[in-house]
Design a protein around this ligand. Sequence first.
Ligand code: FES
Ligand code: FES
Length: 161
Amino acid sequence: MAQMNVSLQVNGNAVTCEVESRTLLVELLREHLSLTGTHVGCDTSQCGACVVHVNGKSVKACTMLAFEAAGADVTTIEGVAAADGELHPMQAAFREHHALQCGFCTPGMIMSALDLVANDPSPSEDNIRHWLEGNLCRCTGYHNIVRAIRTGAAAMGGSQA
Ligand code: FES
Ligand code: FES
């Protein structure tokens, strides 16, 4: 299998990885960079556990080849908290509202939520539920996740809580 070097920005750091042409972005993140906060929950692009931001937009990292991210600015869940470790308001809201149980879906939920709020600073419950159609949670029943996103959005400057 042909090897190639892929250079990109990940969480503000310039990185270059030698990957195969078939390597997925999620594999580059987890296996080459040890950023294991981005999870893999399915083989069918359905669960959303692998959501990261590519040039500011949420993307399922299992649906993108690593070389397609060449030159891109990628943010993973590891890049969301402040440098001193203080949680991002959306992360804090998930903790406050008990919006996770096993936590497997949580990184993808938060990355999806941040993309939603970037475009809709005060999302309605309906919009949140619609937006999360691509993120599956086996544990929580979603209610607390929706509450957390509304609180997180408010803490980020939106008008609803
Ligand atoms: S691992 Fe990407 S959608 Fe499930
Ligand atoms: S908290 Fe377990 S899958 Fe969502």
